[in-house]
Write a protein that binds this ligand. Structure first.
Ligand code: OGA
Ligand code: MN
Length: 268
C-alpha cells in the first residue's frame, strides 16, 4: 500500500487501493493502522454504490444512524447521511469546528465521507489533530484539565434540517454527552483534548459563563494552523477520519455551485 503523508500534523493519502471490494485481511489491517496513525486518510478516484460505501465502512465496525437527521432522499439507506449544499444555499452542514455527535454518550469511531459532486474550486475540509492540541499544553494546564468533564449538548431542531419533516420524538433522546476533557483514545492509548466549539457547552459542575473563557481558549488552541491539514475534494474522493482524535471544519467558500457528499459513520 502506498501511503503519502499530507502535511506535518496529520492526514495521509492512500494510493493504489480499490474500496469497492472487500479488503484482504492484511490490507484492512494496514488501512486501520493508517487511520489511527494518520487520523485522516484520503482515497482518490473511487466509485462506490451506496451498498459498497456501507460495506467498506462495515469492515471497521457497526454502522451508526444519525440520531436526528433522517436523510429522507436515501430511503432504505438510513446509514447514509447526505451532506448537501444546494446552489442557492448560503450555509453548510457543520459550520463550526467539531467532532461528530459528541452530544451522544458514546460518540462514534469515525466517518467515511464520499464526494459525489464538488464545486470547481473551494469546499475543502480542514481537520485538526487533538493529540497535538493536548501534547502542546503546559504541564500546569494539563493538570488543571485532567479532572474536568465536558458537557456536550445540541439543541435538537423541531424539524429535520435535511428534509424539513418533523422528528419522531423517539429519536431526540440522549442529546447530551459527558466526556473527560482529557480523554484517552481507546485504540492508541494516547491522551487527547476532547472539547469542541459546536457541542461542548460547559464543564460539569460549573456554569456556562464560568466555563466559557477556558473553553474559548481551548477551542482556539486546538484549531491553530500548525495542527491542521486540508483535504481538497473531487468527485470520487473518500476521506475517513478518526472522529475521536480529530475535529473538522468544512470551508464555506463557494456559492452558486452544488456540493454533495455521502457520509457513512462507524460506531465504536
Ligand atoms: C460531516 C461534515 C464536512 C464537509 O460530514 O460530518 O462535517 O466538508 N462534513 O462536508
Ligand atoms: Mn461533521
Amino acid at each position: 500500500m502506498n501511503i503519502q503523508p499530507l502535511v506535518g500534523a496529520l492526514g495521509a493519502e492512500i494510493l493504489d487501493i480499490d474500496l469497492s471490494v472487500p479488503l484482504a485481511p492484511d490490507t484492512l489491517a494496514a488501512v486501520r493502522g493508517a487511520l489511527f496513525g494518520y487520523q485522516v486518510i484520503v482515497f482518490r478516484e473511487q466509485r462506490l454504490s451506496l451498498e459498497q460505501h456501507k460495506n467498506f465502512a462495515r469492515q471497521f465496525g457497526p454502522l451508526h444512524v444519525h440520531p436526528y437527521i433522517m436523510a429522507k432522499p436515501l430511503d432504505g439507506h438510513p446509514e447514509v447521511l447526505r451532506v448537501v449544499k444546494e446552489k442557492e444555499d448560503r450555509r453548510v452542514f457543520g459550520e463550526k469546528w467539531h467532532s461528530d455527535v459528541t452530544f451522544l454518550e458514546r460518540p462514534v469511531l469515525g466517518s467515511v465521507l464520499y464526494a459525489i459532486e464538488t464545486p470547481k474550486q473551494g469546499g475543502d475540509t480542514l481537520f485538526a489533530n487533538m493529540y497535538m492540541a493536548y501534547d502542546t499544553l503546559s504541564d500546569g494546564m494539563k493538570a488543571l484539565l485532567e479532572p474536568l468533564v465536558g458537557v456536550h449538548e445540541t439543541p435538537v431542531p423541531e424539524v429535520d434540517p435535511a428534509t424539513g419533516l418533523p422528528f419522531e420524538p423517539l429519536r431526540l433522546v440522549n442529546a447530551r454527552g459527558e466526556h473527560p476533557v482529557v480523554s484517552v483514545h481507546p485504540e492508541t492509548g494516547r491522551k487527547l483534548l476532547y472539547v469542541n466549539s459546536t457541542y461542548t457547552t460547559h464543564f460539569k459542575g460549573m456554569t456556562v459563563e464560568e466555563s466559557q473563557p477556558l473553553l474559548d481558549y481551548l477551542f482556539r488552541h486546538a484549531t491553530q494552523a500548525e495542527f491542521t491539514c486540508r483535504v481538497r475534494w473531487a468527485p470520487g474522493t473518500v476521506t475517513f477520519w478518526d472522529n475521536r482524535s480529530t475535529q473538522h471544519l468544512p470551508i464555506n467558500d463557494y456559492y452558486g455551485e452544488r456540493r454533495e457528499m455521502h457520509r457513512v459513520t462507524v460506531e465504536t
